[in-house]
Design a protein around this ligand. Structure first.
Ligand SMILES: [Zn+2]
Length: 479
């Protein structure tokens, strides 16, 4: 993946040995802004919701990992055929799509994420970046971006970003052997405390090591950034011996999400055919979970191809195959796809009815909340949509998706000033302050802008201008 280098501030402070948690978070947010714009960033609400619920259950086992600032971790996936995961400054943890697909159970996935949480908890990144000297002339965010870009193709991308400095930078961001062992130790504790099978770590790391031997192109990415020595494996094994074996029952969601990722990782026609072939093969297996996941994957493909009737039938078959009748009723992933199918099939009334029932059943699901708003708009109930989205935006101030939908609902009502105020908030939350300020200008000139709207716009514009000035100062003062 290539990340554009633009306006990257250097947060390096030569006096400091380690970045403060607040600085670390700020740096992570800057890097995330670029990653979110990358076409390989998997901006899929269902995958993001699963990863974040799953990741949060791991972080809960070690709340102090959130630093003095108490920030929330954010987990995300990128389209990438190599096996890897990486931690950015400030608790942003990315995982490659291929790694999620290679994990055979939740304990294996958890072992990789817990290891990355270990790096954050032990402040490995903050310490490493804190040691970067300002006279190295490389802005910090660029260092992180270059290291990320070099994950898949170390020679091409980082050289592109930083000229000849690319490889040196990449070595700087590799953790020391001690740091790797420490992340393993903390990761294992997290796994154990969160109720996962700790032998998942050995199984998964071992399989990656074997894959390195047999398919040299596929596996080494993770091992290159987290060198796995015999010593490290022996260390993990010794620690596991002292721990009691825990049976972890995988959620149905884990298997559904993997099916979804298999479709999303390659959205070309050939990618769909390959994914469908894997699902057809999976249907030959005996396990009900496997069959439910395969049918879900085929239903998702059908929806993406516009075959909504076929998608509906396949989804019903998936639901019927899913083990345990209570689980079927309690599954937001299956319900979410059902609502999407109805919205795509232009059956908004049914979609609304289903979304309304689902939001009562899954009050914490952000995906379902967004779908409910979509269904209100689709049925033309704009007043209700606006009321609902405004309430939601009060509760979830950092969700750009809410402001985006709010703008759509206002547009449907023909309210131009309010539409552009909502768009301004959408850009402000997404970190594009100049675009946000532009939208406020458009809102001010809108023919329906009332005196009250003008006052709101003026006040908000002063705030955003001040933040923008601050951001520019940050990036220039330290150059
Ligand atoms: Zn590591």
């Amino acid at each position: 993946m290539a990340y554009a280098e633009q306006n990257l501030p250097s947060l390096g402070d030569s006096e400091r040995e380690e970045l403060s948690p607040l600085m670390e978070r700020k740096l992570g947010e800057q890097v995330m802004r670029d990653i979110r714009r990358d076409r390989d960033y998997l901006d899929d609400p269902v995958v993001l919701e699963y990863l974040n619920n799953f990741g949060a259950s791991l972080v809960a086992a070690r709340p102090e990992a959130r630093g003095e600032a108490g920030y929330d971790f954010f987990f995300f996936a990128v389209r990438d055929p190599t096996l890897n995961a990486f931690a950015l400054p400030g608790g942003f943890i990315g995982v490659h799509s291929a790694l999620v697909l290679a994990a055979q159970n939740e304990s294996e996935l958890a072992s990789v994420l817990a290891h990355e949480i270990g790096h954050v908890a032990q402040r490995h990144i903050a310490r490493m970046l804190g040691r970067q000297r300002q006279d190295s002339l490389i802005p910090l965010a660029a260092v992180v971006l270059a290291a990320l870009a070099s994950r898949s193709s170390p020679d091409a991308t980082s050289a592109l970003l930083l000229g000849g400095q690319g490889m040196a930078v990449q070595r700087q961001l590799n953790f020391s052997r001690d740091a790797e062992r420490e992340a393993d130790r903390v990761g294992l504790q997290i796994l154990d405390d969160a109720g996962f099978d700790t032998s998942g770590m050995i199984a998964f790391f071992g399989r990656m090591q074997n894959a390195t031997r047999s398919y040299s192109d596929m596996a080494p990415a993770y091992l290159r950034s987290h060198p796995l020595t015999t010593e490290r494996m022996a260390d993990i094994e010794a620690r596991i011996r002292d721990q009691r074996y825990k049976q972890h029952v995988d959620s149905l969601d884990f298997h559904l999400i993997r099916a979804r990722l298999r479709v999303l990782q390659n959205p070309t026609a050939q990618g769909m055919r390959d994914a469908a072939a894997v699902f057809e093969n999976q249907l030959q297996q005996k396990g009900r979970t496997q069959i439910a996941a395969a049918k879900y994957g085929l239903a998702f493909i059908a929806l993406r191809q516009g075959a909504t009737d076929k998608a509906q039938t396949l989804l019903q078959e998936s639901s019927a195959a899913a083990p345990g009748s209570s689980e079927k009723l309690q599954n937001p992933v299956l319900t979410g796809l059902s609502i999407d199918i109805k919205l795509a099939a232009n059956r908004p009334v049914e979609a609304l009815k289903e979304a309304d029932a689902a939001r009562a059943k899954f009050p914490l699901s952000r995906g379902i909340a967004h779908q409910y708003a979509d269904a209100l708009v689709a049925t033309g109930r704009y007043d209700e949509a606006v009321r609902y989205l405004r309430d939601q935006a009060q509760l979830y101030r950092h969700e750009p998706e809410l402001q985006e939908r709010l703008a759509k609902a206002y547009a449907a009502q023909g309210k131009q000033a309010l539409q552009h105020i909502a768009l301004a908030e959408y850009y402000a939350i997404s970190g594009s302050l100049p675009a946000a300020i532009d939208q406020l200008g458009i809102a001010r000139r809108a023919p329906d802008a009332t005196f009250y709207d003008q006052t709101v716009i003026d006040a908000r514009e002063r705030e955003l201008q001040a933040s923008w000035k601050e951001e520019m100062k940050d990036s220039q003062a330290r150059r």
